[in-house]
Write a protein that binds this ligand. Structure first.
Ligand code: SAM
Length: 376
């Protein structure tokens, strides 16, 4: 089990930075109070939890309220509180015509709309944060150029097309009750971005799970947990299905952040769907532009000289060295201004890419690639 959804190649034609975000509010206090209302609502609906919403080093997250051993359950949410789309294409990921994301986005927006009449319906959507800062959401030209990779720019474009396709296919479902109003398109794209960064998958079920989806990511090695659907006792001797979040191999102490392993994916996918990059990504892979060969960390210390040479050529095409990029990134972090997030993410992406290229090429930098991963 894992956060095993590589959402479809995704993206957007409108510039999100220029348009108002409608699905969630920018007002942090409001998100916090809505989160607490959601937590209380779930308690009333029979959730079991040994964690609570809290501020963590990754922003909002879940914090343990007691010590827990590896494999213990930290959170159980009744399946009736989740938003589910069933798909037959359970073995395929990233298919451009795979409809689960658009369908989930519509369901999410419907819940929000129903909230006007029934407050419980919108408790989940009210507590959602802004969509993550993926490159399709109004990145500056400078930030996009900083990625320094034509293939990545192409993927961003494909994702944009995919998002618009989803709007064409599912937008009508969402607007059928009234006519399309200004902002509907952006509202749909926001929902799609949220869905793409928060959905978990169990077999053919794609699910938005309140509270569980507030767990931030860490790999299993770094203490990330996992989830599964379980049978639990319901009222009057009945049985009911729940989704359980289980503690990872390191166990958790009270006050620690409860983390979830979202699954292995390369930095392109983290960037495009989640809007962040893990510090260490052992699953990083990239395609060399000339030979179209894929390199991964398994290629480090290999004996294929042509592969090494090609990596050196790719590195030589950049106007900056890895060390220069690391220095720039560190400077940016030290003097961080409000709107530097895109640049930081883009530079992180670029340094991670060059770190892998240097490692496979066998090129040493002063920071040393032998640490295997770039941890800044
Ligand atoms: C499923 S949500 C996790 C909860 C989220 N922080 C919230 O407030 O609802 C996934 C999003 O959380 C953020 N996130 C999760 N894990 C992260 C990590 N290890 N580092 C930085 N951001 C992370 C990213 O914005 C990601 O798109």
């Amino acid at each position: 089990f894992s956060w095993n959804v590589a959402p479809n190649p995704v993206i957007a034609t409108t510039n999100a930075a220029d348009s108002s975000i409608i699905i969630s509010t920018c007002d942090e206090d409001k998100i916090i109070s809505s989160s607490l209302l959601l937590q209380e609502h779930l308690d009333r609906m029979g959730a079991t939890r040994f964690c609570e919403i809290g501020e963590t080093k990754f922003g909002r997250g879940l914090v343990a309220t007691k010590d827990l051993m590896p494999g213990e359950t930290v959170l159980r949410i009744p399946l009736s509180e989740t938003i589910i789309v069933e798909t037959e294409q359970s073995d395929h990921q990233g298919l451009i015509d795979d409809p689960w994301a658009g369908k989930l986005a519509v369901k999410l927006l419907e819940r929000q709309r129903r909230g006007n009449a029934n407050k419980d319906s919108s408790k989940y959507s009210d507590a959602l944060p802004l969509p993550p800062p993926t490159p399709t959401r109004g990145w500056s030209v400078q930030a996009l150029q900083t990625l320094e990779d034509v293939d990545t720019l192409q993927k961003i474009e494909i994702q944009r097309e995919w998002q618009n396709q989803q709007w064409k296919t599912f937008g009508e479902d969402f607007t059928s009750e009234d006519n399309t109003t200004p902002g509907d398109h952006q509202r749909f794209l926001d929902a799609l971005d949220l869905v793409s960064s928060r959905t978990i998958r169990c077999g053919s079920k794609f699910m938005l799970v309140p509270l569980l989806d507030m767990a931030n990511h860490a790999s299993r090695d770094e203490g990330g947990g996992f989830y599964k659907i379980i049978d639990a006792n319901g009222p009057l001797g009945t049985r009911k299905k729940e989704i359980a979040l289980k503690v990872g191999d390191r166990g958790i102490n009270v006050g620690d952040e409860v983390l979830l392993d979202y699954g292995d994916r390369n930095n392109d996918e983290w960037l495009l769907y989640y809007g962040f990059l893990p510090n260490r990504n052992s699953a990083e892979s990239l395609i060399l532009p000339d030979s179209q060969r894929t390199i991964t960390w398994d290629d480090v210390n290999g004996e294929d000289e042509s592969l090494k040479d090609e990596c050196k050529v790719v590195l030589s095409l950049s106007s900056t060295t890895l060390q220069e990029d690391i220095d720039t990134l560190n400077k940016l972090k030290q003097n961080k201004k409000h709107n530097d997030d895109q640049m930081e993410l883009a530079l992180n992406y670029r340094t991670a890419r060059k770190t892998l290229l240097s490692a496979v090429a066998g090129v040493k930098t002063s920071s040393g690639f032998s640490s295997a991963f770039l941890v800044i």
